[in-house]
Design a protein around this ligand. Structure first.
Ligand code: SF4
Length: 563
């Protein structure tokens, strides 16, 4: 039987390591690891985090900045601590990608913010979605994007409006706490937790417990960098567990029954690594403790000297799984984890739950696909209305920029599907609409070199028109820069935004192509095709040619990732 949140006892935050003094002499110097006694900040980020906890900026926003306006914001708060509350300055309009690397940060800052709402487990009620829709329409010029970490992001937020936005969100139990920054980010969870007919275990109580105990807890608000978590008991492995810092994946232990297989150290960006199994089985009621232990290892032993080596994956690469597990057990948990089995291969290729599916209680859930996660406040309001009209009070976001309505009685399914389709939210989308994701890109992101969302939308439309018969699972992920917010390395076709030279010798927006990446069955990174770059304008032609060749050359049953 699933443990409820009330049955999971609160535990204190992970204790600091005892072996620090002994280890101090033997470890190499200079990585800024607290657990090795290195507490002197080695870069500007570590300095501002030491000077004042990022969580404390909220008081200044409410009492000073919201009243005195954008120009009153301390620069370190503006480009540092405000992230702890989900706020990033957005890119100034009209600055092209060629200027991204050469301008000073303040020259790229607009006087508006992106604000990320954390939606742990992707779980939303109708009232929560209505609140998000209200914020979008009143304070964000109608903007809203579904992210591939189950969050929803606004743009055009003014500092003056932030307290009112928090009031609306918090009144319905939502928050922006630690939605960005060097913190424990939104916990991914299976969108069909608790309702899927084939579920191994419902991870919801663990997600709620992690959130209740540790989000906003100063014990974990100064990590070396971001810390991403995923929990899923679905046999579809639907939370991209391979690329999270920590993941709990549903398995059945031959003696102990359903629980979770523990993975650590996954992450993409410029040095991608797949997560590694520690070979440990974790029962539901221990997930939050183990989470705190691993997060504690990261906080204390994670590298803080260089930002590009500060993710958990670098520590894991140096230590290896065996040592990592030993330190976790000896210094943090104070007990031995139980050895356990690996998860089965995923039970399907698509992991987004799009379509109509029967629940374990006889009702149905309906998954639908906007284009590349782009929605808006008015549309979200209509989705909330449709859900309520069809007897549902539960919606979900997915890790694939899609959404679900749960708990729909069988006799109401057809009407809901018709209502969604009328809003251009496809329940039976083409593989192109279903499998294409895009990051924020140059429209709002200060790191971007190229545009992504509009390109993604037009690419879907063009491929649907050019290849109407194409009916294979396929992922096309578009990023606006070398970071990997849209997971380019694990897509069938990954497109990394950069400036490229066109046939006239001009520098134009385009993409470096990565082919053959995957999560799930054959998890691995796509190979960068040396020299293969396409211009933004030539992208649809390129993908059409590639897919036409694949269709002509593939052997029976051969998927794109295997071709
Ligand atoms: Fe911005 Fe780059 Fe991330 Fe896209 S991948 S959202 S351009 S940082």
């Amino acid at each position: 039987m699933a443990t409820t949140p009330d049955q999971v006892e609160a535990q204190p935050a992970a204790a600091p390591p005892r072996a620090a003094a002994a280890a101090r002499k033997t470890r190499h110097r200079g990585e800024g690891q607290w657990g090795m006694g290195h507490h002197t900040p080695l870069n500007a980020n570590e300095q501002f985090k030491k000077d004042d906890d990022g969580l404390n900026v909220r008081t200044r926003i409410e009492t000073i900045y919201a009243h005195r306006g954008f120009d009153s914001i301390d620069p370190t708060d503006l480009r540092g601590r405000m992230r702890w509350w989900g706020l990033y300055t957005q890119r100034k309009e009209g600055i092209d990608g060629g200027k991204t690397a050469i301008l000073e940060p303040h020259e790229l800052d607009a006087e508006f913010f992106m604000l990320r709402v954390r939606i742990d487990g992707g779980r939303l009620t109708v009232a929560q979605l209505q609140a998000i829709a209200e914020v979008s329409q009143r304070f964000a010029r109608g903007t809203a994007d579904l992210t591939d970490r189950q969050n929803i992001q606004f743009h055009w937020i003014r500092i003056e409006d932030v307290p009112a936005v928090w009031q609306i969100l918090e009144a319905v139990g939502l928050s922006t706490t630690e939605a960005c920054g060097d913190t424990p980010r939104t916990v991914l969870g299976s969108p069909v937790a608790g309702v899927a007919e084939d579920e191994i275990i419902d991870g919801t109580p663990a997600i709620e417990e992690i959130h209740r105990r540790y989000i906003g807890d100063p014990s974990f608000s100064n990590l070396p960098r971001k810390f991403k978590t995923a929990v899923s008991g679905s046999p579809l492995l639907d939370v991209a567990h391979e690329i999270n810092d920590i993941a709990f994946v549903g398995v059945v232990h031959p003696e102990h029954g359903p629980g979770f297989d523990l993975w650590v150290g996954g992450g993409l960006s410029t040095n991608p690594k797949l997560g590694v199994r520690l070979g440990a089985w974790v029962p539901l009621h221990e997930v939050a403790d183990v989470w705190a232990g691993v997060c504690g290892v990261f906080r204390d032993y994670g590298y803080r000297r260089l930002r590009n080596r500060a993710r958990l994956k670098f520590l894991l690469a140096d230590w290896g799984a065996e040592k990592f597990r030993q330190v976790l057990q000896d210094e943090y948990l104070k007990y031995q984890l139980i050895d356990g089995p690996a998860p089965e291969q995923p039970s399907g290729v698509w992991r987004d739950h799009v379509g109509v599916h029967k629940q374990n209680d006889g009702n149905f859930y309906v998954g639908f696909a906007p284009r590349v996660g782009r929605v808006d406040g008015a549309l979200l309001g209509k989705i909330a209305e449709l859900a309520a009209e069809h007897g549902s009070d539960r919606l979900r976001t997915t890790a694939e920029q899609k959404m679900l309505v749960l708990d729909v009685p069988e006799e109401r399914v057809e009407s809901l599907v018709a209502g969604l389709e009328a809003l251009d939210l496809r329940v039976n989308p083409s593989p192109f609409r279903r499998g294409t994701m895009a990051c924020t890109g140059i429209e709002y992101c200060k790191l971007a070199i190229v545009e992504t969302k509009e390109k993604g939308r037009s690419l879907i439309d063009e491929l649907e028109a050019r290849l109407p018969e194409f009916d294979e699972p396929l992922t096309i992920n578009i990023n606006g820069c070398p970071n990997s917010c849209a997971r380019i390395q694990v897509a069938d076709i990954g497109l990394k935004g950069q400036l490229v030279t066109d046939e006239n010798g001009e520098q134009v927006e385009g993409y470096q192509v990565h082919l053959g990446g995957a999560l799930g069955l054959e998890a691995g990174f796509g190979r960068k095709v040396r020299g293969l770059k396409v211009t933004k304008d030539g992208l649809a032609d390129y993908v059409e040619r590639l897919l036409t060749r694949y269709q002509a050359e593939r052997t029976e049953g051969e998927r794109f990732a295997q071709w």
